[in-house]
Structures are given as structure tokens and as C-alpha cells.
Design a protein around this ligand. Structure first.
Ligand code: NAI
Length: 253
């Protein structure tokens, strides 16, 4: 499985799953465009890549800003080409019952997790369709497949990403463009890790969570990155509109 000569544009690549995806794509031969709302974090990701693989560049990008997204995707396509877009940027919210969640929290999570993915597809698809190839991977969540109590907004957004992926895949297939989603369970990074820190006893909360997984552990970000790279690559050339669950078996038990 290789991504030689491919340009891979990743959002939210300043940490967690996004930076691991940047690393794996670079290892597989891709030129990586590392973007994040936090430019210092994006720069750290690029600096952390192996020097031999490091023709990566970083840019500041707020995925909720449709004009900024369009401009950066277009500039990337003009300079390097555009083979792959990974819509990874996403945020969570503190666990709370729906009646306790303020509208501004709802709107922010919707804005990043739904509008951000929409904006990326809106920017990249006309380019990919006109060139007749391209692959998009949207980072959804297991929370978009099963109902997680106290995570209503997050579940709302990730469920939307999964069905949006199907709709846009059906629409773009005839133009040679594939779009898939990944649905990770709890991952030992980023917002997964932060979730435990909100508990009185984070270690105990983590142990309880691990016990619920048939593989008896949380996932690692590189295990999600591997799935993203597979779906992005030509190895997945007959897969589109798929939502790939990466959850150590949680949802089957
Ligand atoms: P993370 O917090 O480490 O990474 C998210 C990145 O997105 C951060 O670098 C942040 O600066 C960036 N970001 C936030 N708002 C942004 C915006 N408006 N524009 C551009 N960048 C923005 O979190 P993690 O865990 O790596 O999350 C990555 C994706 O994986 C998210 O979509 C998340 O919902 C999803 N996910 C994570 C799981 C986990 O357990 N860690 C499980 C399932 C899905």
C-alpha cells in the first residue's frame, strides 16, 4: 500500500489522529499538506516528520471558514495537485444531557464537525471531479453509528457525516471520485484521552471503558491512520460510500 506521488491534504492535523495520519501518509510516500486552526500545532507536526520524508508543508486553516478552505484547497491543487482530502478536524463537548447543552455549544460542534466536512467537500470535489480522480476520507465516529448517552450533539454531527459521505459518494462516483468515512471508537489520543480527564478518577474511568471492548484496550491513533491511508489509497479503488468502524469490536458485542 503506497501513496507515492500523491498530495494528501489533512485538516486538524496538529495533533491526535490527524498528526498520526500525516506521519503515515508521509511514510507511504505522499506529500502532506498539514492544516490546523492552531498553526503552531500544525508546524510541530511537520517538524516531527522524518526529515527524509519531510516535503510536507503546513498552513493555518479554520475548517468553518468556507472561503479560507476554498482558497487553500485551490492553491494546493494548483501548486502540487490534489489527490486526497482527509476531513479530520473535529471537536467534542462535555458529557451532558440534551436539556443541559447550550445552543452555543451545539452550534460550535455542528459548525466544526458538520460544516467543516461540508466545506472541505465543497472545495475539493469540483477540482477532483474535473480531473476525474480523487479520494476523500471523512473522520466520523462510532458515536455516529451507535447512540452514546450524554453525547447528543457529537452523535448528531458524526451521524450526519456518515450519511453525507454516502450521498456525496453516490453523486461523485460517476466522475471517478471516491468518498469514505472512518468511525473510530475510543482512541488513546486527542478528544478520546480528554474524555477521561473530565472524570473524578480518570484511571478508573479508563479501565471501565477498556473492559467493554472485546480487544480489552483503547485504540491507538496510528490504527485509525492506517485505515484512513488504506481508504485514501488506490488499494481501496472499488470502495466508496463506506463507513469503516475501527472500534476493537465494541459495536459487535
Ligand atoms: P485532537 O483534538 O487531537 O485533534 C483535532 C484537531 O482539530 C486539533 O489539532 C484542533 O486544533 C483541530 N481543530 C479544532 N477546531 C478546528 C477548526 N475549526 N478548524 C481546523 N482545525 C480545528 O482530537 P482527535 O481525537 O485526534 O480527533 C480527530 C478526529 O477524530 C475528530 O474528527 C474526532 O471527532 C474524531 N474521533 C476521535 C476519537 C477519539 O477517541 N480520539 C474517536 C472517534 C472520532
Amino acid at each position: 500500500m503506497r501513496l507515492d506521488d500523491k498530495t494528501v491534504f489533512i485538516t486538524g492535523a496538529g495533533g491526535g489522529i490527524g498528526s498520526e495520519t500525516a506521519r503515515k501518509c508521509a511514510e507511504m510516500g505522499a506529500r502532506v499538506i498539514v492544516t490546523d486552526i492552531d498553526s503552531a500545532a500544525a508546524e510541530r507536526t511537520v517538524e516531527s516528520l522524518d526529515e527524509a520524508e519531510n516535503d510536507a508543508v503546513y498552513h493555518t486553516l479554520d475548517v468553518t471558514n468556507v472561503d479560507q478552505f476554498h482558497d487553500l484547497v485551490t492553491a494546493t491543487a494548483n501548486e502540487y495537485g490534489l489527490d486526497v482530502l482527509v476531513n479530520n478536524a473535529g471537536i467534542g463537548h462535555p458529557s451532558a444531557k440534551i436539556e443541559e447543552i447550550d445552543e452555543d455549544v451545539r452550534d460550535l460542534v455542528v459548525s466544526v464537525n458538520i460544516n467543516g466536512v461540508w466545506n472541505g467537500c465543497h472545495a475539493a470535489l469540483p477540482i477532483m471531479k474535473s480531473q476525474g480522480y480523487g479520494s476523500i476520507v471523512n473522520v466520523a465516529s462510532l458515536a455516529g453509528v451507535i447512540g452514546l448517552p450524554s453525547q447528543a450533539v457529537y452523535s448528531l454531527t458524526k451521524g450526519a457525516v456518515i450519511n453525507f459521505t454516502r450521498a456525496v459518494a453516490a453523486e461523485s462516483g460517476p466522475s471517478g471520485v471516491r468518498i469514505n468515512a472512518v468511525c473510530p471508537g475510543f482512541i488513546d489520543a486527542g478528544i478520546g484521552k480528554q474524555f477521561f480527564e473530565t472524570h473524578d478518577d480518570p484511571a478508573a474511568a479508563r479501565k471501565r471503558m477498556e473492559a467493554q471492548y472485546p480487544l480489552k484496550r483503547l485504540g491507538n491513533p496510528d490504527e485509525v491512520a492506517a485505515a484512513i491511508c488504506f481508504l485514501a489509497s488506490d488499494e481501496a479503488s472499488y470502495i466508496t460510500g463506506h463507513d469503516l468502524i475501527i472500534d476493537g469490536g465494541y459495536s459487535i458485542s
